[in-house]
Design a protein around this ligand. Structure first.
Ligand code: PGA
Length: 245
């Protein structure tokens, strides 16, 4: 895993955007895997800024998001459908029919998982953007998820619901389930860019960078076995790791 150390969230966001934009310039038809949450917001802002200033085009790009809550409609401000439109898609020139997010608002969730997995596999993701949960989750693959998992329905860990409660009126409003790409689906990406910021992630990052063997009780640890992973992390996130410039 290649580690890029930066000073701050801002610098992580700039470096993340630069990394993605350079890949898009080299391959304007690429398939991009996208993440939500707080971490990539700044990266998306810089992508939008670059699109407006330099005209980087997304007309031929396809995207696949990692996950979506079950039970929220696409119009719900807390859904990841809404997040993606609001924070990225509405501000660049990507055709919306090139963007893919699991549908968490459907009756047959198992069928939706199969449909999404087939699409992801057909598309073959060139670069997957990832965040990491304080408990080591990637996507919504919580500790204990099989490394062989494909797109599936998950029960969210209480710690994840608590971490995400800040976006909802109360913890009771945070969905209990989600659809997520599985760990095997994520690992099939040709390349992975992991963005990590802040001291809340420092223990998780320390564990990821330790010499512990991959273990299903810490989902992100599988990334050690992927041939092309770049981690852009800020000082606070790297604080416990002893990594200095
Ligand atoms: P965050 O979430 O970016 O909101 O911290 C990351 C994650 O849980 O994967």
């Amino acid at each position: 895993m290649n580690i890029v150390r930066v000073d701050s969230y801002e610098e992580m966001s700039k470096a993340g955007a630069r990394y993605i934009i350079d890949k898009i310039k080299a391959n304007p038809k690429m398939t991009l895997g996208l993440a939500t949450g707080s971490t990539p917001k700044g990266t998306y802002q810089y992508i939008i800024e670059d699109h407006k200033q330099n005209g980087t085009s997304y007309q031929q790009i396809s995207t696949f998001n990692l996950d979506e809550y079950i039970g929220l409609s696409a119009e719900d401000p807390n859904s990841y459908h809404f997040y993606m439109k609001d924070l990225l898609f509405n501000h660049i020139d990507i055709p919306l029919n090139h963007t893919h997010i699991p549908n968490g608002d459907t009756v047959d969730k198992e069928e939706e998982c199969v449909r999404y997995e087939v699409k992801v596999k057909e598309a073959s993701i060139d670069l997957q953007i990832l965040g990491i949960g304080a408990n080591g989750h990637i996507g919504f693959n919580e500790p204990g998820t099989s490394f062989h998992s494909k797109t599936h329905v998950v029960a969210l860990a209480e710690s994840t619901r608590e971490a995400n409660a800040r976006f909802f009126p109360s913890i009771d409003d945070v969905p209990k389930h989600a659809i997520t790409m599985g760990i095997a689906s994520i690992m099939a990406s040709k390349e992975i860019l992991l963005l990590v910021s802040g001291d809340a992630k420092s223990e998780a990052l320390e564990r990821l960078l330790s010499d512990q063997l991959p273990s299903e009780d810490f989902p992100a640890s599988i990334l050690k076995t992927h041939p092309r992973v770049t981690i852009i992390a800020d000082n606070e996130a790297l604080m416990s790791t002893g990594i200095t410039r």
